[in-house]
Design a protein around this ligand. Structure first.
Ligand SMILES: [Zn+2]
Ligand SMILES: [Zn+2]
Length: 125
C-alpha cells in the first residue's frame, strides 16, 4: 500500500478547483517553497492553465531548456490535443530537442489539461 505523503513531493490536488482558485493556491505554495515552478498546472504570468499558454514565446527558456532545442538553437513547437489529452513538443528543425525541462513541462501540461477538462465537464453548460 502506498501511503507516502512526503511534503516535498506533495502536489496540490487540482480536482474540482476552478482556475482562479488553483492559480492562487499555486502562487501561495510556490511562495513558501512547497511547489516547484515546474510542477505548476497554472501560469502566473498569463493567468491561464499551463497548456493554454505554453505555446507563448514566454515559455521558451534557452538556459533551462524549457521548450528549447539546444542543437538547433530553436524553440520547440507545442501541440496540444484537447480531445485525447495529449501534449507533445518537438523541434521544427530536427524533430527532436527533448530535455528534462521540456519533459517536465509536458507532464505539467498533460496534468493541467486533465484538470481543466474535469472541471469543464462538471460544469456542462
Ligand atoms: Zn503562461
Ligand atoms: Zn532541433
Amino acid at each position: 500500500m502506498n501511503t507516502t505523503t512526503l511534503a516535498s513531493t506533495t502536489r496540490l490536488n487540482p480536482v474540482g478547483r476552478t482556475l482562479p482558485v488553483l492559480l492562487a493556491m499555486e502562487d501561495d505554495a510556490e511562495d513558501v517553497g512547497r511547489l516547484a515552478p515546474d510542477d505548476r498546472l497554472t501560469c502566473h504570468v498569463h493567468g491561464r492553465w499551463i497548456h493554454q499558454c505554453v505555446a507563448s514565446p514566454l515559455h521558451v527558456n534557452p538556459i533551462t531548456r524549457h521548450r528549447w532545442c539546444r542543437s538547433c538553437a530553436t524553440a520547440l513547437t507545442v501541440s496540444v490535443d484537447e480531445l485525447s489529452g495529449d501534449v507533445t513538443m518537438s523541434c521544427p528543425r530536427c524533430g527532436h530537442g527533448e530535455s528534462a525541462a521540456s519533459a517536465k513541462l509536458i507532464a505539467a501540461c498533460r496534468a493541467s489539461l486533465a484538470a481543466a477538462r474535469r472541471h469543464s465537464g462538471a460544469r456542462a453548460a
